[in-house]
Design a protein around this ligand. Structure first.
Ligand SMILES: *Cc1c(COP(=O)(O)O)cnc(C)c1O
Length: 409
């Protein structure tokens, strides 16, 4: 059912056989999975595939033709769902948008973040190649998804987190069967540890973009989005960008769907959103550079986008530029303000990264980068419930008279 044929170096275009496990290309660049789209164009009916029943093909697993897993026995599932597209009209108006503002709420996936998409695919493919131990650096959500899918597949998983990773993320990893370490450093330094120890420990390295299949899972966000919008795409996508897997993956999915005749040549403007305290992609975008040098002293409350150096930087920048979009940085105040706004006026609790993406809608409007009536999609990458919330409750002493004036005062 899978039309997967081979791997291709994202920089040189060199082909590699997909008959064994791979990390980077021999030249040291991310690898991309390629499919027999010519045959698929004749045989694959987008609407029939979209209508596959969830009990047999949960969530993103319905797009099996465009996924690399050939054998059903390798499919590792925890009950994936199609994530909802939720209108947030009050937030949209407050942020200066007259068009539709839609949030794709990825927090509904297993382990509460969109990392489930990528790691489900990475683990399933690792299973195919007989891998039994995997390791990665993680700001939390990726490690949680690796641990959960790894446990499901009977594998050993090792996660290395920066010491100030949100506590729930660190703990959920071991609660789902993974080994986890707090490291006194940032994510790329955790990555260096994995690199240094992997041979001795017998680990397969599943760091962002250092194996080819997490992108394939993440690209299903683009397919799912198109199918939910009646095989059209929005005017703009706001994506909180760390390693950029999702942005690169969606951009790839759009090309694949066009080659299949599922969508036309039109594309949304892609906005890669980062935080003021860690904005390497924004800096490179503005400087007109192809690569984004490491951001020093990275700091932001939005841990998922605290990635000082991304190996797929050039793929993110190419997609953003080709789309006519931009890379935008938002402040910590913006993140907090918009998180509160969307929760209070639209009843939808965002994670800090999702709030950053929504805050960038206001900036894009103010800078004239999108029309007032644009239809915008914001990715809320994880459940808002995973992150610390401001305490707005007041204490009440029930042993004394409680009056209306007290409650309303
Ligand atoms: C990983 C993560 C991101 C960044 O996603 P990439 O596709 O790696 O850029 C954003 N937000 C959250 C909550 C994450 O866990």
């Amino acid at each position: 059912m899978s039309a997967f044929t081979h791997l291709e170096c994202s920089m040189t275009g060199a082909r590699l056989a997909a008959d064994r496990a791979h990390n980077l290309s021999p030249e040291g660049w991310p690898l991309l999975a390629r499919y027999d789209l010519t045959t698929l164009r004749r045989t694959a009916d987008r609407d029939a595939i979209a209508a596959r029943p969830a009990h047999a093909h949960p969530g993103f697993w319905k797009w099996r033709e465009l996924l690399p897993v050939a054998d059903d026995a390798h499919v590792t599932t925890l009950g994936e769902v199609d994530t909802p597209l939720i209108e947030t009209p009050h937030s949209g108006r407050t942020l200066g948008l007259k068009g539709q503002l839609l949030v794709k709420d990825e927090g509904r996936l297993p382990t509460g973040s969109f990392k489930a998409r990528g790691l489900a695919l990475a683990v399933s493919m690792a299973r195919r190649f007989g891998i039994t131990a995997m390791a990665m650096p993680t700001n939390g959500n990726a490690g949680a998804a690796l641990a959960a899918y790894g446990a499901r597949a009977g594998m050993e998983t090792w996660s290395f987190c920066p010491a100030d990773t949100p506590e729930v993320n660190v703990r959920e990893i071991s609660a789902q069967g993974g080994r986890v370490y707090r490291v006194n450093g940032l994510i790329h330094q955790c990555g260096a540890l994995v690199g240094a120890l992997k041979e001795e420990m017998g680990w397969f390295d599943v760091s962002t973009l250092k194996e080819p299949y997490r992108i394939e899972g993440k690209k299903t966000m683009g397919i799912e989005l198109a199918s939910q919008l009646g095989w059209t795409l929005p005017d703009a996508i706001f994506y909180p960008t760390g390693g950029g897997t999702g942005l690169i993956g969606m951009w790839k999915a759009f090309d694949e769907m066009e080659a299949l005749g599922w969508i036309g040549p039109e594309r949304p403007k892609m906005f890669a959103v980062q935080a003021d305290g860690c904005a390497p992609i924004v800096r490179a975008f503005e400087a007109g550079e192809e690569h984004a040098p490491e951001w020093l002293d990275a700091s932001t409350s939005a841990a998922g986008i605290r990635v000082p150096k991304a190996i797929g930087d050039f793929l993110i920048l190419r997609a953003v530029r080709a789309s006519g979009g931009a890379a935008l940085a938002v402040s910590e105040d913006d993140i907090e303000e918009v998180r509160a706004l969307c929760g209070i006026v639209d009843g939808l609790l965002l994670c800090p990264e999702g709030a950053a993406a929504m805050a960038a809608v206001r900036q894009a409007r103010q800078r004239g980068l999108i029309e007032a009536d644009a239809r915008c999609v914001v990715f809320n990458c994880g459940s808002g419930l995973k992150y610390a919330l401001p305490d707005r409750a007041r204490d009440l002493d029930r042993t004394k008279p409680v009056t209306r004036a007290m409650l309303e005062g």
